[in-house]
Design a binder for this molecule. Structure first.
Ligand SMILES: Nc1ncnc2c1ncn2[C@@H]1O[C@H](COP(=O)(O)OP(=O)(O)OP(=O)(O)O)[C@@H](O)[C@H]1O
Ligand SMILES: [Mg+2]
Length: 229
C-alpha cells in the first residue's frame, strides 16, 4: 500500500477563455493526502480551491503536473478509465447538493451504482442503507429532492456520495448553504465517515468548519501558502 491515497504533484490549471485571455487558476500545487486523513482547504474566493478539488477528484485534468490515486498516475489514463477510477474511489458533496430534481431521492442515491452496473434490487438495498447511515428517512425515497429541506437534501447528497463505499470523500463548501444547526449535523456525519476510515477533503471559507479537520492548507492565487496541523 502506498503511504498516500492522493498525491498532487506540480499541478497547474490554466483556463483559456480566448486567444489572449487566460486565467491561471493553479500555479503549481504539491499536496499529499494520507489514507484516512481529514484535510481542509481554505482560501479567498476565486483563488483555486474548487479547481484543485475537481482535479483531485478526477472531475477535471490539470494543464500540467500529475495526480496519483493509490499510487496510480492518472495522467496516463483515458477519460473512460478516469471515470471508472473516480466512480470506485471517490464520493463528491457540493454546496448546492447537485441532486437531480426530475429523479426521486432513491434514484439520485442509486446513481453511482448504476454507473457500476449494480443490479436493481441490490441498488435499492444499498441506497436505503446509505440513507439510513446519514440519518435520513425511508419516507424520503419516493420524493423529489426539491421537496426536502436544504439540510435533508445535503444528507441525501452525502448518501449518494457514500453509497458505493468510496475510500475518499471530497466536499466543496458542503455546509455553505445550510444554517448553523444543519451545518453541525453535516459536520458530525462527515466526522463519523472519517472515523470509519474514509479520507475526507473539505473546501471551506469557514474557520469553524475547517477546525473539524486534522490539517488545514491555505491556498492563495493558485498556490499553497500555508499549512496548519
Ligand atoms: N470553467 C472555468 N472557466 C474559466 N475560468 C474558470 C473556470 N473555473 C474557474 N475559473 C477561474 O479560475 C479561478 C479559480 O476558480 P475556483 O472556482 O477554483 O475558485 P474558488 O477558490 O473555488 O472560489 P470560491 O471560493 O468563490 O468558490 C477563478 O479566477 C475563476 O474565475
Ligand atoms: Mg469554489
Amino acid at each position: 500500500m502506498p503511504a498516500y491515497i492522493l498525491e498532487v504533484i506540480g499541478v497547474t490549471k490554466v483556463y483559456r477563455l480566448s486567444e489572449s485571455v487566460e486565467t491561471w487558476a493553479l500555479r503549481g500545487v504539491d499536496l499529499y493526502v494520507g489514507d484516512g486523513e481529514y484535510l481542509a482547504i481554505m482560501g479567498p474566493s476565486g483563488h483555486g480551491k474548487s479547481t484543485l478539488l475537481h482535479i483531485m477528484g478526477l472531475l477535471d485534468r490539470p494543464s500540467s503536473g500529475r495526480v496519483l490515486i493509490d499510487g496510480v498516475d492518472t495522467s496516463m489514463l483515458s477519460d473512460k478509465e478516469l471515470a471508472y477510477l473516480r466512480n470506485v474511489k471517490i464520493g463528491f458533496v457540493f454546496q448546492q447538493f447537485n441532486l437531480i430534481n426530475r429523479m426521486t431521492v432513491l434514484e439520485n442515491i442509486e446513481l453511482p451504482l448504476i454507473a457500476r452496473g449494480v443490479p436493481r434490487d441490490l441498488r435499492r438495498k444499498l441506497a436505503i442503507e446509505a440513507l439510513l447511515r446519514v440519518e435520513g428517512e425511508e419516507g424520503w425515497l419516493s420524493k423529489r429532492p426539491n421537496q426536502l429541506s436544504g439540510g435533508q437534501q445535503q444528507r441525501v447528497a452525502i448518501a449518494r456520495a457514500i453509497v458505493h463505499n468510496p475510500r475518499m470523500i471530497l466536499a466543496d463548501e458542503p455546509t455553505g448553504s445550510l444554517d448553523s444547526r444543519t451545518e453541525a449535523e453535516v459536520l458530525r456525519l462527515l466526522r463519523k465517515l472519517n472515523e470509519e476510515g474514509r479520507t475526507i477533503v473539505i473546501v471551506t471559507h469557514d474557520e469553524n468548519v475547517a477546525s473539524e479537520a486534522r490539517r488545514i492548507i491555505y491556498i492563495r492565487d493558485g498556490v499553497i501558502v500555508g499549512e496548519k496541523d
